[in-house]
Design a protein around this ligand. Structure first.
Ligand SMILES: Nc1ncnc2c1ncn2[C@@H]1O[C@H](COP(=O)(O)OP(=O)(O)OP(=O)(O)O)[C@@H](O)[C@H]1O
Ligand SMILES: [Mg+2]
Length: 468
């Protein structure tokens, strides 16, 4: 386990750090001032130091420089009373990894330490790596932000660290997740995508963790959950921000020690799954609002890859367009060379709310109609003033389509009977919930008569969806 040096002139601070870190299994050495810190660093060779910036004898900044000259690879985290302090910023310039503002809580300290140590262990990426996803397709981008992302993918792929990919809809989150998997040592294991927003809340637990026979009405036999199926593989938890709060604690447990219980079961099951999660939500905000557990957030956030929206990297437009034209020329058997300068100009001035996915679908639509060498505005049937790209609507459609995929694949349901009635029953259930179980309001809300609603509720009672 890593050795950590804690440097602070206050005995209480040293003591409490020692307690928390030792509990996590770290080997801790302490020093009460800069001089002692230098001695300990020479003797003990720690991997990481946490250090107060205001100390007697030798000041924190000078200590930092001396420590770095002993071991340039030592990761140093500075503690300060004011986040905007000039000294903290100077410390960062002199090679401190990060700084913490007092007072701080144990969760954020631990996650910062774990993140810093995980990053130390990442192999240095070779500068010539070409990042491709698991289908062998390149991730297009040459802007500095994208180059940083490629570097990070290269660094993180080799470790088993949990990764959180953030970004607006259509920015390439799944593509990045697949690239990490493709470049990881788990590439021969499964890559299992799970869209947390697409699976109804009352089914998600049994989907992920499985259930025992009789765990709920309709659970006729034991079911193996995705965490067990994905043993030795990589799970992509898409739309993690939509995971119900009750399930979050169960996920935290899996992340901490790889164990879980099936729904209705007592047996502790062990699994070895690497988690890559993605979200388009502001998770810090969700934590603040109590919608997301902060301990789980910190756990998932060990390495974070924020994907820039397309409007912030328009220099990549040209390459992306060329890439999609090449792909669709093959798919459609066409021989289109590029886009007209007028269309290119419109593309450059457009804000791209649906990001790369939107660009891809405009080019695809245009290329189906295009009969010339160059794609033009008319072919694309696109009005940049009135984009029909409704992000929210598309999110709903995507969730429904993922859910349909899950149901049909997992359960082999008969499309016209079971799947449709299951969807309908979930819809009716939600509508009732949103209208406080008031049938008159629910019928109005759904635009159906009360009798029809009653009929549907009657059907719902006979369905096999587990009751909440
Ligand atoms: N850098 C890129 N190079 C080439 N294709 C890309 C790139 N980024 C995204 N794409 C393509 O754009 C589409 C959307 O990407 P992806 O599904 O990974 O986005 P996402 O962020 O997961 O979107 P959503 O939030 O809608 O799920 C995919 O078809 C993907 O192949
Ligand atoms: Mg996605």
């Amino acid at each position: 386990m890593d050795k950590i040096l804690v440097v602070d002139d206050e005995e209480g601070v040293r003591h409490s750090f020692k307690k928390i870190l030792a509990r996590k299994g770290y080997h801790v050495v302490t020093a009460k001032d800069g001089l002692e810190a230098i001695e300990k660093a020479e003797e003990e060779r720690p991997s990481l130091a946490i250090m107060d910036i205001n100390m007697p004898k030798m000041d924190g900044l000078e200590t930092l420089q001396r420590l770095k000259s002993i071991d340039p690879d030592l990761t140093i985290i500075i503690m300060t009373a004011h986040s905007t302090s000039e000294r903290a910023i100077t410390a960062m310039k002199h090679g401190a990894y990060d700084y913490l503002t007092k007072p701080f809580d144990n969760t954020s300290i631990m996650s910062l330490i774990e993140k810093a140590l995980a990053e130390r262990k990442m192999p240095a990426p070779s500068s010539s790596v070409e990042i491709v996803d698991d289908r062998g397709e390149r991730i297009i981008g040459k802007t500095p932000a994208m180059l940083d992302i490629f570097k990070k993918i290269g660094q993180v792929a080799g470790s088993d660290a949990t990764v959180l990919i953030r970004g607006e809809s259509g920015t390439g989150k799944e593509k990045v997740a697949r690239a990490i998997y493709h470049h990881s040592t788990r590439v021969n294991g499964t890559f299992l995508p799970v869209n947390c927003a697409a699976i109804p809340e009352n089914l998600l637990e049994s989907e992920l963790f499985g259930h025992e026979k009789g765990a709920f009405t309709g659970a006729e036999s034991r079911k193996t959950g995705k965490f067990q199926q994905c043993h030795n593989g990589t799970m992509f938890l898409d739309e993690i921000g939509d995971m119900p709060i009750l399930l979050q604690s169960k996920l935290l447990r899996v992340l901490e020690d790889g164990t879980f219980q099936r729904l209705g079961g007592k047996e502790m099951i062990k699994t070895d799954v690497r988690i890559i999660a993605a979200t388009n939500k502001n998770m810090k905000e969700q934590v603040k609002n109590g919608e997301f557990r902060d301990d789980l957030y910190w756990r998932l956030n060990v390495v974070c890859i924020p994907l820039p929206p397309l409007r912030e990297r328009k220099e990549d437009l040209e390459d992306l367009i060329a890439h999609f034209i090449k792909v669709f020329n093959i798919q459609l058997g066409k021989n289109i060379f590029g886009v007209t300068p007028e269309l290119m100009n419109e593309f450059i001035h457009y804000e791209w709310p649906g990001n790369i996915r939107e660009l891809q679908s405009i080019i695809q639509r245009g290329m189906i109609l295009c009969q010339k060498d160059l794609l033009d505005h008319e072919d694309c049937e696109w009005d940049p003033q009135r984009s029909d790209f409704d992000v929210e609507q598309r999110d709903v459609e995507k969730s429904l389509s993922d859910a349909a995929h899950e149901l049909l694949k997992e359960k082999g349901l008969n499309i016209h009977k079971e799947a449709v009635s299951l969807f309908e029953s979930i819809l009716v259930n939600k509508a009732l919930e949103m209208n406080n179980n008031n049938q008159v309001l629910t019928a109005k809300f759904l635009g159906i008569s009360r009798n029809t609603l009653r009929e549907k509720i009657g059907k719902k009672k006979g369905s096999s969806v587990p009751e909440k």
